[in-house]
Every structure is written in structure tokens, then in C-alpha cells.
Write a protein that binds this ligand. Structure first.
Ligand code: IPD
Length: 264
């Protein structure tokens, strides 16, 4: 594990830079309406802002930390180094492209293959989630914790949808939740859905498969906030899209069984 000051130095720099990136994204967002975006595939959007924000973040961070590596959603991996910045320039692009508020910029910092810090900045929600390994998780500077919900029939659980979901999967998972009396949600940003679990506003998030850049920052938040998370990295998440389940600890066994996702 690197010394704390190397993590802190990077975290504080990223906290400043992400605010400028958030302003850039806000300035580029279209008014509500039909999606203003290119399509990478069916219902899979990319906007000019995704590329502009990633380019900006890599430029600013690499100027300060020239030996660090980068992995971004739009431009992939560049350089190698003990520290690696894992960037989703706009998470919730489908919301962003329609002028909705629920999107964020997610920056995870990894040391080799271990997530050590994360910032999830949601400017139109006026929310900033931050965490460093061993130093707690925060929402707008206030400490956060996963919820104490202990029954599925009192739980609110989000199921993510992406174009990778096979036919029939989504209604099956929603049906399983409804059978247990849980309240379902689906809001279009994996990073913010995981941050919601970390701060206790939601009791669980499950997605069929998701990429490292969507979750790298949130993994630190979830760990620091005492949530349970399936072994995303061990299951292949470092290199390929991989299933994830994150949830409040007291419903972990029952939710894992209901959704058919192992937490071990
Ligand atoms: C997507 C969103 C979406 C999730 C997908 C992600 P993007 O990220 O987080 O909610 O279901 O798996 O890829 O494309 O908006 O950065």
C-alpha cells in the first residue's frame, strides 16, 4: 500500500480539478428534449462532453502526476504507473444527453489493482461524494454510512439497465424484488446508484455487467461506508464488464439469494 500522503496529494488535486470538469460539462449540456448525442450502439450514447471532460481531466492530472497511468471510458488506457486514474467523464450519459439532472463525473484512483480513493461529482444535484481508503466516506463533507435496513420488504433496491442486458433478465430481477416486497428503482447512473447505497439512500444496486470506470470511485465509498459488495475485481472487473451487487449489510444474505448473485 502506498503512503497516505501520496494518496492525499492526488485526492486533493483531483477534488479541485473535478469542479472545473463539472463546470465544463454543465456548460455543454443541452436543454431538456430528445437526446443530443452520438450512438455507440442501441441506446448507448456518447456526447461531445464525454470526450471533452475526459481529455480535460487527463491533461490536468497528467500535468501534475506525469508518472501516473489512466483508464477512461472514451479513450481507454494510456501510460503505465503504480497509480492509475480510472475516469468516467460522464456517468449517466443517457440522462445527460436528455437534459436530465442525474449524471456525474467519476474519478477513481487505484494503486496497482487496489482502489484507494474516489470522487463522484454530480454538479446538477449539487452533490460530491468522496472517499479515501481508511479515511471514511463523505457526501458534501459529511460522513456517510450504508443503511441499517434489515428486511427486504422494507428495502429500496435499484436494478441498472444497460444495452448489455439480455432479453428477459431485467423483468426477472424486478419480479424477484417485487415478490419480496422491495421497492424498485432504475435511475440511469451506475456510479450514483452505488453512491446511494454508500450513503444509505438506497439499500441495494445490482447490474448485469458494468465497467471498471463506472465503479472504481464507488468501490472505495462502499468499502468505507460499510456496504457489502460482490467481488467485482476478483470476478474480472479489472479488464472486462462484470456483474455487481452492492447492498446494505443486514439484507446482504437475503438480497444475494433473491437476485441470485454471490457476495463471496
Ligand atoms: C452507464 C450508466 C448506466 C449503467 C451502464 C453504464 P455511462 O455509464 O452508469 O446507468 O447501467 O452500465 O455503462 O455510459 O453513462 O458512462
Amino acid at each position: 500500500m502506498p503512503n497516505t500522503s501520496a494518496i492525499n496529494e492526488r485526492f486533493h488535486a483531483a477534488q479541485k480539478i473535478i469542479k472545473d470538469a463539472a463546470q465544463l460539462a454543465k456548460n455543454m449540456q443541452s436543454a431538456p428534449g430528445k437526446a443530443t448525442a452520438e450512438l455507440k450502439g442501441h441506446q448507448d450514447y456518447v456526447t461531445e462532453a464525454d470526450r471533452a471532460v475526459e481529455t480535460f481531466l487527463v491533461k490536468e492530472l497528467s500535468a501534475l502526476f506525469p508518472d501516473d497511468a489512466f483508464l477512461g471510458e472514451e479513450y481507454g488506457a494510456t501510460q503505465s504507473g503504480a497509480f492509475r486514474w480510472v475516469i468516467d467523464p460522464i456517468d449517466g450519459t443517457s440522462n445527460y444527453a436528455r437534459g436530465r439532472n442525474r449524471w456525474c463525473i467519476s474519478i477513481g484512483l487505484m494503486h496497482h489493482d487496489t482502489p484507494v480513493a474516489g470522487i463522484i461529482e454530480a454538479p446538477t444535484l449539487r452533490e460530491s461524494f468522496t472517499a479515501r481508503i481508511g479515511q471514511g466516506a463523505f457526501l458534501n463533507g459529511t460522513p456517510i454510512q450504508a443503511s441499517k435496513t434489515d428486511k427486504l420488504r422494507e428495502a429500496m433496491v435499484e436494478i441498472g439497465w444497460s444495452p448489455y442486458v439480455p432479453e428477459g433478465w431485467y423483468p426477472q430481477k424486478m419480479g424477484a424484488l417485487l415478490t419480496e416486497g422491495s421497492m424498485p428503482r432504475s435511475l440511469g447512473s451506475g456510479a450514483l446508484a452505488l453512491a446511494d447505497v454508500a450513503c444509505g439512500r438506497s439499500d441495494g444496486y445490482h447490474e448485469y455487467v458494468i465497467f471498471l470506470w463506472d465503479v472504481a470511485a464507488a468501490l472505495v465509498l462502499l468499502q468505507e461506508a460499510g456496504a457489502c459488495v460482490s467481488p467485482f475485481l476478483k470476478n474480472g472487473g479489472l479488464t472486462q464488464r462484470t456483474p455487481i451487487l452492492a447492498c446494505a449489510p443486514l439484507i446482504a444474505p437475503s438480497l444475494s439469494k433473491t437476485l441470485g448473485v454471490s457476495l463471496d
